[in-house]
Design a protein around this ligand. Structure first.
Ligand SMILES: O=C(O)C(=O)C[C@]1(C(=O)O)C=C[C@@H](O)C=C1
Length: 267
């Protein structure tokens, strides 16, 4: 099975992807990963979806609304960031925007004067630190060594910090089996109670919502695409019935069933 995730080597996405394959290829954007899976170039793609401190990875959500792919598994991993540099003489800190945000409190109190630079991934920031003594990176502590010191560990603002990843597959691998399901709904409508109408079919059938997120549709201001996760499988009658109701409400838009899946926690 060929697998693609966010690179270079040493990202948290890479750690999550190792739970499904020992060999992994890399891209430097989430959209490029989703595109490569939708195209059938890869059997699986692993992308971050949401973090317990910083919330949604918006590029992933937008790519899921744009491309036709399936979600076949969820991987949850603890995120424990380290500060890595050649020494203390740096004035710039480079990392993924999510990682910089997850360490905001630490950076404000310990390095208030450093320039913060958002780069494609934590591993890219670490690579910059390895090449340039004026740069520090934030990433997993295992990226240290080879001239790079781990200056501080566990610098995230909450020790419970964790990120949820989706394992994506081409559409034909979509499965109705699993304890959780994900949908993307574009109602293309606007009236009082629309969101209530979209959620009630789940409440009426005792289906627990585990995430609801709205993203701008890009069509016009105030127009949204809704990402909905539920703790029920597509194989269940109650899920099929709820979706039939939602498809009716969204008849001027669309409903995408990304699939059902189980969850794995990896360190
Ligand atoms: O840059 C990385 O190491 C990634 O795998 C990306 C990512 C993200 O997109 O949120 C994954 C986990 C962490 O939350 C920080 C960054």
């Amino acid at each position: 099975m060929n697998v693609v995730t966010l690179g270079p080597e040493g990202t948290y996405s890479h750690r999550a992807a190792r739970s499904i394959s020992d060999t992994v290829d890399f891209r430097e954007s989430v959209t490029a990963i989703v595109d490569a899976v939708a195209d059938g170039e890869y059997d699986r793609g692993v992308v971050a979806i949401e973090n317990s401190i910083e919330g949604s990875v918006t590029e992933s959500l937008d790519a899921l609304a744009e491309y036709e792919v399936a979600v076949v598994k969820e991987v949850v991993t603890p995120i424990r960031h380290a500060l890595l540099a050649q020494g203390e003489e740096f004035d710039r800190i480079a990392s993924h925007s999510q990682a910089l945000a997850q360490c905001r409190g630490y950076l404000d109190s310990e390095y208030p004067d450093a320039d913060l630079e958002a780069v494609a991934s934590t591993a890219r920031g670490v690579q910059m630190a390895r090449d340039d003594a004026s740069v520090a990176g934030i990433g997993h502590p295992d990226n240290g060594g080879d001239g790079l010191e781990v200056l501080a560990e566990d610098i995230q603002d909450q020790n419970s910090n964790a990120t949820r990843f989706f394992v994506l597959a081409p559409l034909e691998d979509r499965s109705p089996a699993g304890g959780k399901s994900t949908f993307v709904v574009y109602p293309n409508a606007d009236y009082p109670g629309l969101l209530l109408d979209l959620l009630e079919p789940f409440a009426d059938r005792d289906i627990n919502l585990t995430r609801v997120e709205s993203r701008p549709s890009g069509e016009r201001l105030g127009d949204y695409v809704f990402h909905i996760d539920v703790a029920a499988g597509l194989y269940e009658d109650r899920t099929a019935q709820a979706l039939a109701e939602i498809e009716h409400i969204a008849e001027d838009g669309w409903v995408r069933r990304l699939g059902s899946y189980d969850s794995e926690h990896v360190v």
